[in-house]
Structure formats: C-alpha cells, structure tokens
Design a binder for this molecule. Structure first.
Ligand code: BGC
Length: 252
C-alpha cells in the first residue's frame, strides 16, 4: 500500500508517496521551504501543495517538529507559537481532504529506521537522535516506541541541548566538525548516563555528514548513522499514516 509521507521541518517541508511494505519512495520527493512565519495556515498550505503535486487521494502521514498528542500540537519550538493547542490533524485534513495522521517528526524517523534501517531487528533500548534545525529523539524499548520523548530539550550548561548542539547551530556558529563533535559528545554522554541505551542511531540532516564528525566521538555504546538518512522522516510519517488508513477502512 502507498501512503503519502510528509516531513515538516524547521527549514524544509518534504513529501513523497511511500510503499509502506518496502519503505521505498514511489516518486522523487518534493521539498518546499518552510514558510516564515511558520503559522498553521501557511504550513497547511504547504502540505496542500505537496498533496496536490502528487495528485494524492489516499491517506497521508505527517511528521511534525513538536510534541503531538492525538493529533493536537502541544509544543512547536521551531515553528510559530500559534501552533500550540492547534489540531494539526484536523487542519491538514481540511487542507487536503485526506485522512491524516500526525506524529512527532523524530518518532516518525525512528519508526522508519526500526522497520527498514539501522534499528532493524534490534532489541533492548534503541535511541534515535535527529540533528537538524533542532534535536529530535525517538526511544524504542524492544522495538516499541515511547513517543514524544523530547530529549533535545534536556539542559546542557544551562541551555536546551538543541540550542548548543543541533546541526543548525553548527552552521550558524560556523563550527568545524571537530568543535561541533565536542558539543555532540557532551550531549551524548549525558544521554548515555540517563538512559544506558544499547544502540544510538544518528539521523536528521547530519546523518549524511556522519563520517565527518563521528570519528571524533567516543562512547561506551554502539553508535551508527540512520540508513534512510534524511528520508527516514518521510518514510516514517507514511508508516504512521498506515494507522489512519486502517481506521478509515474499518469505518467503511
Ligand atoms: C522539537 C521536537 C522535534 C525536534 C526535531 C525540537 O525542537 O521540540 O519535537 O522532534 O525539534 O525537529
């Protein structure tokens, strides 16, 4: 079955139809810039543009960069504050006419990596961290997702970790890979201390640059890059959309 996966990021909004049995994209992804200010109305328009581009009539899964509970946005650190309290699910449904499921973006990326990528068949505690505009997290215990963990907001030196060690901060502060890796190392040490994970998967925009910084990081825990790289968000959003398409079929 194909589901349209859409990954809303602080910088870009990306979407593509995904075959959810194989995790493969059915068409080249479309990326539009995240509108600024990233208000609910403007972001919903961008979601509509993507659905229209693929002439989409089926179910849609969306990864959103904030806490999402039952389709409602609880936080949106890197988008407009008008999102807080908004039902993203209802809004995107209205914009596209489709059955829509909205989940946290890092949780979506984690679902894709656990099913088709670096976390396949991995038991125990698997922690996926996405380094992009912010830092997203997805925690799996024996393959089961503990949703909305928000570990990018743990405090390091009195600041949310994502304000020190996200990929966007690396670019903004023009940090070299080694310098940035030191910040990532400090953050990862903290996460290892808190969670004792069995495996850490590095995803988000930084996944494609993994070789450039991973060599500076030493951990007592296995660390590997996300295999779906930056596409994990789209693939995982589509996987999450499977639930809504099931519900829709059940109602018919
Ligand atoms: C948000 C998370 C999100 C992460 C990556 C953070 O600022 O709070 O929900 O997963 O950015 O987009």
């Amino acid at each position: 079955m194909d589901i349209l996966g859409i990954d809303i990021g602080g910088t870009g909004i990306k979407g593509a139809p995904v075959n959810i049995s194989t995790g493969k994209l059915r068409a080249e992804r479309l990326r539009v810039l995240t509108p600024r200010p990233a208000t609910p109305v403007k972001v919903a328009k961008a979601v509509k543009t993507i659905a229209r581009h693929f002439n989409w009539r089926g179910a849609i899964g969306v990864g959103f960069p904030g806490i999402v509970q039952h389709g409602r946005v609880i936080t949106a650190a890197n988008l407009h504050k008008a999102w807080v309290g908004e039902s993203a699910q209802a809004l995107f449904h209205k914009a596209t006419g489709a059955a829509v499921q909205v989940v946290n973006d890092a949780d979506a990326a984690g679902l894709a990596e656990m099913r088709f990528g670096a976390g396949r068949r991995r038991k125990g505690k698997v922690l996926l961290l996405t380094f992009g505009t912010g830092i997203g997290s997805a925690l799996f215990v024996d393959g089961k997702l503990v949703s909305n963990t928000e570990f990018g907001h743990v405090q390091i030196r009195g600041k949310a970790a994502e304000r020190r060690a996200s990929d966007a901060i690396r670019t903004k502060k023009k940090l070299g890979w080694k310098k940035w890796a030191r910040r990532v190392q400090e953050y990862l040490n903290h996460m290892v201390l808190l969670l004792s994970p069995d495996l850490i998967i590095i995803g988000g925009g930084a996944a494609k640059d993994y070789q450039k910084f991973a060599k500076y990081i030493e951990l007592p825990v296995e660390m590997i890059p996300a295999q779906n790289g930056n596409l994990a968000g789209i693939v995982g959003a589509a996987l999450a959309g499977r639930n809504v398409s099931k519900k829709t079929r059940a109602k018919k």
